[in-house]
Design a protein around this ligand. Structure first.
Ligand code: NAD
Length: 476
C-alpha cells in the first residue's frame, strides 16, 4: 500500500489545511501520487508527539534502542526491491542505482545499532584540583531533519538511525519531489518496534515556512539538513535564533585528478563511479576532471567509450543504466552547462543532444578542453556530464582543485603512494577518494569543509551530532 498522508504520532493524517501536492514520475512526466502538504498546525502536532515520545525513548537502555535499529536493518534488507522500485518511480534513477541506494540506506540502521551501545564517556583527574572530570553524552532533544531528492531513502536513514541511537525523536521534512520512499519506511519502523511519536514525517510544499516554524519552537534542539548550500545558509540563520545544534551536508564541486602515474583503467573505472553513480545527481559526483597531459588522450577516449556504452531509458526497465533526471529544471540546467562550455571553447566528445519524447532525460556527455571560466567548472553540474581539463604541474592542479568555496570530496588517482598521500593531505576537502570513485560508507565520517557543510554523518561522529556533552566536576 502506498502511503500519501502525513505521519504524526504513529498515525496517518491528512494535512490540517487539506492541501495536497503531486509527485511526478520523471520518466513519464505523469503524476503517481497526491501527497498531503503539511503546514504549521501539523508541525505543532508533530512537535507535541515528538516531545511526548522523547522521555521514554531517551530512558531506554542503549541495548534496547540498538535492537530496534537492528530489526529495522533486517526488515529493510528483506524489502530492498520494494524500496528500490519506489525510489526509481519518484526519483527516476535506474534500478541498479536504486538497489544500491536501498542497501546503503538500510546499512545505517545496522551501523547505528552497533554504535547505540558505544556513546562512551570519560573519567579522569583534574590536573590542578584533583577533582574528578566525568564526561558523558546525552541525547540533545528533538531533531528536525530536512532531506533532498537525490537519495530519497539514504539521506533520511543517515539521519534517523543516529538520532534514534542517540535517544532523540525526529521530525523529517523529505524533499517535495520524493516524499513517498520516506513515508513507506514508517510501517517498517513501526514493525521494528519504534514507538509512536518518535519518528514523524511531514512532506510539504511550504518547506521554508514549515521548517522555520519548527526551528523557532523551544523544544527543538537539532537541525540536520542535507541539500544545497543556498538553503543550508538560510537554515543556519534560522537556527541561530535558538542556537540550535546544526549539521549541514551541503553542495560540492568535486575535483577528480588523474596523475600520469595512475593506472588508467582503474582511473576510468573510478571516474565512471564518481561521475555516474546516481547519474551524476550526487553531492559527491566528480564535477571537474583534471587529467595529466601525458595521459589525457588515453583517459578521455577510454572514459568516453565507457560512457557511450551506457543505456538510457526508464529506470524500471531491464538493462537500463541511466534513468531520467529528477525534473525539467535539473535537466535544463545540465543542458545549459554543456551549451555554455561549448560556447567557451570546450570540445564535445560525446552526447550533448537532448532526446525527443517524454521524460527528463539527458544523455551521458563528455567535454574535453573545458576552460576554467566555464560555468560547469565553478558550479555543481548535478547530471551525467564530465568536464575534462588537462594539467602538467602538481602544485598547479592542487591550486586549481582547491580554488572553490566547496570542500566536500576530491578524488585522486596515482600509483605512487608517497605522492598520492601528500596530495590528499594538501586538498582542502572533508573526504578524499584515493584510487577509488566511491567514499560513502556508513562506518566513515561523511561531510565537508568550507561551504560544503558542518558536522559529519556516519561513523562514530554521526551519533554525536545528536548528543550533548555533559561534564560533571566531582569530588567523592
Ligand atoms: P535543496 O536545498 O533545494 O532542498 C533540500 C531540502 O530542503 C528539500 O527537502 C527542500 O524541500 C528543502 N527546502 C528548500 N527550501 C527550503 C527552505 N527555505 N527552508 C527549509 N527547507 C527548504 O536541495 P535539493 O535540490 O533537494 O538537493 C540537491 C542539493 O543537495 C545539491 O546541492 C547537493 O550537493 C546537495 N546534497 C548534499 C549532500 C551532502 O551530503 N553533502 C547529499 C545529497 C545532496
Amino acid at each position: 500500500m502506498q502511503h500519501t498522508n502525513l505521519y504524526i504520532d504513529g498515525q496517518w493524517r491528512d494535512a490540517a489545511s487539506g492541501d495536497r501536492f503531486d509527485v511526478i514520475n520523471p520518466a513519464t512526466e505523469e503524476a503517481i501520487a497526491s501527497v498531503a502538504s503539511a503546514d504549521l498546525a501539523d508541525a505543532d502536532a508533530a512537535l507535541d508527539a515528538a516531545q511526548a515520545a522523547f522521555g521514554l525513548w531517551a530512558a531506554k537502555k542503549p541495548r534496547e534502542r540498538s535492537e530496534i535499529l537492528r530489526k529495522a536493518w533486517e526488515l529493510m534488507t528483506a524489502r530492498l526491491e520494494e524500496f528500490a522500485r519506489l525510489i526509481t518511480l519518484e526519483n527516476g534513477k535506474a534500478r541498479a542505482d536504486a538497489m544500491g541506494e536501498a542497501a546503503y540506506a538500510a546499512e545505517f540502521f545496522r551501523w547505528f545499532a552497533e554504535e547505540a551501545v558505544r556513546a562512551d564517556g570519560m573519567i579522569t583527574h583534574a590536573p590542578a584540583s584533583g577533582a574528578r572530570i566525568v564526561v558523558q553524552h546525552k541525547p540533545a532533544g528533538i531533531a528536525v531533519l530536512v532531506t533532498p531528492w537525490n537519495y530519497p531513502a539514504a539521506m533520511g536513514t543517515r539521519k534517523i538511525a543516529p538520532a534514534l541511537a542517540a535517544g532523540c525523536p525526529v521530525i523529517i521534512k523529505p524533499a517535495s519531489e520524493t516524499p513517498l520512499t520516506m513515508l513507506a519506511l514508517m510501517p517498517l519502523l513501526e514493525e521494528a518496534g519504534v514507538p509512536k511519536g518518535l519518528v514523524n514525517v511531514l512532506p510539504s510544499k511550504k518547506s521554508g515556512r514549515l521548517v522555520d516554524h519548527m526551528l523557532h519552537d523551544p523544544r527543538v534542539r537539532v537541525i540536520s539538513f542535507t541539500g544545497s548550500t543556498e538553503v543550508g545558509r538560510k537554515l543556519l540563520h534560522s537556527a541561530a535564533d535558538q542556537v540550535l545544534k546544526p549539521a549541514m551536508e551541503l553542495g560540492g564541486n568535486a575535483p577528480l585528478i588523474v596523475f600520469e602515474d595512475a593506472d588508467i583503467d582503474k582511473a576510468v573505472a573510478g571516474a565512471m563511479l564518481a561521475k555516474m553513480r546516481n547519474l551524476g545527481e550526487a553531492c559527491t559526483a566528480a564535477n571537474r576532471f583534471y587529467v595529466h597531459e601525458k595521459v589525457s588522450r588515453e583517459f578521455t577516449s577510454k572514459f568516453s567509450a565507457a560512457m557511450a556504452a551506457l543505456k538510457m531509458g526508464d529506470g524500471l526497465e531491464d538493462g537500463i543504466d541511466v534513468g531520467p533526471l529528477v525534473n525539467a529544471d535539473t535537466r535544463d540546467k545540465v543542458a545549459a552547462f554543456v551549451e555554455d562550455a561549448v560556447a567557451k571553447g570546450a570540445k564535445l566528445e560525446l552526447g550533448g543532444t537532448l532526446p525527443n519524447g517524454k521524460g527528463y532525460f539527458y544523455p551521458p556527455t563528455v567535454l574535453s578542453n573545458v576552460p576554467e571560466t566555464a560555468d560547469c567548472v565553478n558550479d555543481e553540474i548535478f547530471g551525467p556530464v564530465a568536464a575534462i581539463q588537462s594539467f602538467t604541474d602538481e602544485d598547479d592542479v592542487i591550486r586549481r582543485a582547491n580554488n572553490t568555496e566547496y570542500g566536500l570530496v576530491a578524488y585522486v588517482f596515482s600509483e605512487n603512494m608517497k605522492r598520492a598521500m601528500q596530495v590528499c593531505e594538501r586538498l582542502e576537502y572533508g573526504m578524499v577518494g584515493l584510487n577509488r570513485g566511491l567514499v560513502s560508507d556508513p562506518a566513515a565520517p561523511f561531510g565537508g569543509v568550507k561551504q560544503s557543510g558542518l558536522g559529519r554523518e556516519g561513523g562514530h561522529e554521526g551519533m554525536l551530532e545528536f548528543m550533548e556533552t555533559q561534564y560533571i566536576s566531582a569530588e567523592w
